[in-house]
Design a protein around this ligand. Structure first.
Ligand SMILES: CC(C)(COP(=O)(O)OP(=O)(O)OC[C@H]1O[C@@H](n2cnc3c(N)ncnc32)[C@H](O)[C@@H]1O)[C@@H](O)C(=O)NCCC(=O)NCCS
Ligand SMILES: Nc1ncnc2c1ncn2[C@@H]1O[C@H](COP(=O)(O)OP(=O)(O)OP(=O)(O)O)[C@@H](O)[C@H]1O
Length: 200
C-alpha cells in the first residue's frame, strides 16, 4: 500500500525546501505549483479562459501569461483570485489525481502531493496523512521578501491570501517546525517518516 502524504504550509514557510528532501528517500513528489504552470501554457483550455477573463494585457509579447502581472491583480482582490482559482484548480486537481494514481499503481512506499491550498480547497480526502511545514509569521515574511525581492505590503497580501499557517499546523497530522536550520527540518522529516513506517 502506498502512503499518500499531503504536504502543505503557507507561502514561503518552506514547502519546496522540505519537498526536495524526499528525494533522499526516493519518494516521488507531485507539485501543484508546477502543474498549475503546465495547465496554463498557450493552447490549454485554462489559458484561453484566463485571457477571456483577465484580458490580453496580462500576456507577454510571446503570448504566454505574465505571472507577475496576473499575481499583482489576483493577490490584491479576493474576488478576482476566486475567478482564477475556478479556472485553474479543476485542471490541476485532475492531473494531480492522475499522477497520484500512477504512483499508487506502481506500489511505491509513499508519494507526496505538495499542495499549498490543501486545507483551503478542502482536498484532504485526496491524501492519507497531512504534513504542514510551519514557520512563524515574521520568519515567513522575512524569507518571502528576501526570496522574491518583494515589498512588505505585497508580501503581506500574499500571506493573507491563505489560512494562517498556525491554523494549518493545528489541523495537520504532523508538523515540521522550519524556524530553525534546514538540517533541523530534515531531522524532523526523518522522524516522521519512521513514525509512519515509510522508512525503517
Ligand atoms: C497568481 C499566479 C499567476 C502567480 O504566479 P507566481 O509564479 O508569481 O507564483 P506561484 O504560482 O509560483 O505561486 C507561489 C505561491 O503563491 C501561493 N499561491 C498561488 N496561487 C494562490 C492562490 N490562488 N491563493 C492563495 N495562494 C496562492 C502559493 O503558496 C504558491 O506556492 C499563480 O500563482 C496562479 O496561477 N495561481 C492560481 C493557481 C493556484 O492556486 N496555485 C497554487 C496551488 S494549485
Ligand atoms: N530552514 C530554513 N532556513 C533558512 N532559509 C530557509 C529555510 N527554509 C526555507 N528557507 C528559504 O526560505 C524561502 C522560502 O522557502 P520555500 O521556497 O521552500 O517556501 P515554500 O513554502 O515552498 O514557498 P511557496 O509557497 O512560495 O512555494 C526560500 O528562499 C528558502 O531557501
Amino acid at each position: 500500500m502506498t502512503l499518500v502524504i499531503g504536504l502543505t504550509g503557507s507561502i514561503a514557510s518552506g514547502k519546496s525546501t522540505v519537498s526536495l528532501m524526499f528525494d533522499d528517500y526516493d519518494i516521488p513528489v507531485i507539485d501543484a505549483d508546477k502543474i498549475s504552470r503546465e495547465v496554463v501554457i498557450p493552447g490549454e483550455k485554462a489559458y484561453h479562459e484566463i485571457v477571456t477573463e483577465f484580458g490580453e494585457s496580462i500576456l507577454r509579447e510571446d503570448g504566454s501569461i505574465d505571472r507577475k502581472k496576473l499575481g499583482s491583480i489576483v493577490f490584491k482582490e479576493e474576488e478576482k483570485r476566486k475567478r482564477l482559482n475556478n479556472i485553474v484548480h479543476p485542471a490541476v486537481r485532475k492531473r494531480m489525481i492522475e499522477r497520484r494514481d500512477h504512483f499508487c499503481n506502481q506500489e511505491v512506499p509513499a508519494v507526496v502531493m505538495d499542495i499549498p491550498l490543501l486545507f483551503e480547497s478542502e482536498l484532504t480526502h485526496l491524501v492519507d496523512k497531512t504534513l504542514v511545514v510551519y514557520a512563524d509569521e515574521n520568519v515567513q515574511l522575512e524569507r518571502l521578501m528576501k526570496r522574491d525581492g518583494s515589498k512588505q505590503e505585497e508580501a503581506i497580501q500574499r500571506i493573507n491570501a491563505q489560512l494562517p499557517v498556525k491554523q494549518k499546523a493545528e489541523m495537520a497530522d504532523e508538523v515540521i517546525d522550519n524556524n530553525g536550520t534546514k538540517h533541523e527540518s530534515y531531522q524532523q522529516l526523518n522522524a516522521i517518516l519512521r513514525k509512519w513506517n515509510v522508512i525503517s
